[in-house]
Design a protein around this ligand. Sequence first.
Ligand code: P6P
Length: 328
Amino acid sequence: MKLTTLEEHIIHAQNKFPGATGDLSQLLRDIALAAKIISREVNKAGITNILGLDGASNVHGESVKKLDLFANEQLQSALGRSNITCMVISEENEGVVRLSDESGKYIVYMDPLDGSSNIDISATIGSIFSIYIRPESKEPLREVDALQPGTKQVAAGYVLYGSSTVMAYTTGMGVQLFTLDPSIGEFILSEEDVRIPETGNIYSTDEGSYIYWDEALKKYVKYCQAFDTETNRPYKARYIGCMAADVHRTLLEGGIFMYPDSSKYPNGKLRLMYECNPLSYIIEQAGGVSTNGSSRIMEIQPKEIHECTPIYIGSKKNVEKLEEFFLA
Ligand code: P6P
């Protein structure tokens, strides 16, 4: 079988756009390079002293792990190699990070290491990225230039550091999956134009927060747990604690991932711009849906670069069934 590398696939996709400058291709290659370096560290983290807490905390007050900082540094360093990206917004940085001479035409959001609580137990973690065009303006670059709805993303994706290192991305022409072959240091195409099953029998949420949920969600989860052979219930419950990994499983096997608003997190916990929008772009490109319970995630107009949102994302039929409970 012919092997297609990520580099070849990106160039092939770029050639479909005669006007393409190659800048977005270079940006994706830069992210892939950082991902290879992060993958190498993740896969030997138990040996070197890179596990454990750094002692700092991020903008959300969450304790930062050393690998979080390493991933953040590697991604920002890779993005800074070429004058393609003018500004980075990262979960690990409170404000925007301006790159080089701010001349780049892309703005990149990222969660450099999603699911950090999994690092010390060797469970799957990931990196998530979301790419926007800098708006035309005679004004100097401003933070407000980054406050764009998810529908304006030009590309998005994630890297999973699990039993293998997998990269998924979309530029609006479907979802492409690659698996890293560490022996040659190349991401190899593993699946083109991935489609999410229209329905699935897996629901994914932190049921430990059940007491904080509103009644509609409690009723929906009880629906998932009820016996009904016709609709393949009870469903299976799966929760990895890394959104990128839970959404990747949902992409491949179908079902629904939920991180709701609750009395504990009135606006939800997950971040709109560098978790929910990029993963929603991937799922929508694969034929799925993603909502905050009342609106399409990608149509939310952000007010703040680190804002949170509830999210219900996955197979069309599963999300539609949940919405019936919200509307009841
Ligand atoms: P909880 C990881 O910290 C994260 O941002 C997502 O990747 C994950 O889905 C969620 O938070 C886990 O949150 O409250 O279940 O630990």
